[in-house]
Design a protein around this ligand. Structure first.
Ligand SMILES: C[S@@+](CC[C@H](N)C(=O)[O-])C[C@H]1O[C@@H](n2cnc3c(N)ncnc32)[C@H](O)[C@@H]1O
Length: 213
């Protein structure tokens, strides 16, 4: 019998006291994701973890999405790589502590590059690094500001097909207001739907090579 290392859920008592840093065990993450099983397996469903730590939720979400990519596009190298990138693009995080941000990005790219068997020189690897730099933000999810005090921005990515991606940037605080829209649209009646759904920036269609620069 092989003894397995116990999962490390705490880095230090001080960090628990200062930041409430206790990581969620893998079994509990799986149970929780199973409550939204279909969404967790859909390639382009968007997940945002506002206190993502080193990615205990985001990594299993990525793995589930990649399993779907494999089932659907495993026979086509081109589609497999682009849809795997789209899976990564749909996962977002905010995290206060820079070392956790670095761990989260590293853990995510490890899963992504292992799946596609990429070297760190590969264009898809570099594009994934770029996506993670934008999607996993070092900041405060309460104030919705990043580590230098600017409003947190998130890119909304979409796949247009034939190797082209769409990108539009939105402010996190605006996105958070969007979710408060009721069926009757009464809550922000005087703010205007237009304002909430207008991107801060829209990009021309982007290829993986554009993202890898
Ligand atoms: C309880 S841990 C959970 C980490 C991860 N979600 C998990 O389940 O394993 C909470 C994390 O939130 C971070 N954190 C605390 N306050 C935060 C804030 N205001 N904004 C963003 N992250 C925060 C901590 O640094 C820590 O990594």
């Amino acid at each position: 019998m092989v003894a397995t290392e116990p999962e490390r859920l705490v880095k230090s008592k001080q960090r628990v006291a200062d930041h409430g840093e206790v990581f969620t065990p893998a079994w509990m993450v799986e149970d929780m994701l199973n409550l939204v099983k279909d969404e967790s397996e859909r390639i382009d469903s968007r997940f945002l973890e506002p206190a993502c730590g080193s990615g205990n939720f985001l990594i299993p979400v990525l793995k589930r999405k990649l399993a779907t990519v494999q089932g659907r596009y495993g026979n086509s190298d081109f589609e497999k790589k682009h849809y795997a990138l789209l899976a990564l693009m749909s996962i977002y995080g905010v995290e206060l502590l820079p070392d956790n941000v670095a761990d989260c990005r590293a853990n995510m790219i490890e899963v992504f590059s292992s799946y596609l068997q990429l070297s760190s020189e590969d264009m898809f690897y570099k594009a994934a690094e770029y996506v993670l730099t934008n999607n996993i933000v070092n900041g405060d999810a309460m104030t919705m500001r990043n580590s230098v005090g600017d409003a947190i921005m998130f890119p909304e990515w979409g796949y247009l097909g034939r190797g082209k991606f769409q990108r539009r940037d939105f402010r996190f605080d605006t996105l958070a207001q969007r979710s408060a829209f009721g069926e009757e649209d009464t809550l922000f009646a005087n703010l205007g739907k237009q304002e909430l759904f207008t991107p801060s920036k829209t990009y021309p269609p982007l290829t993986v090579a554009d993202l890898a620069l």
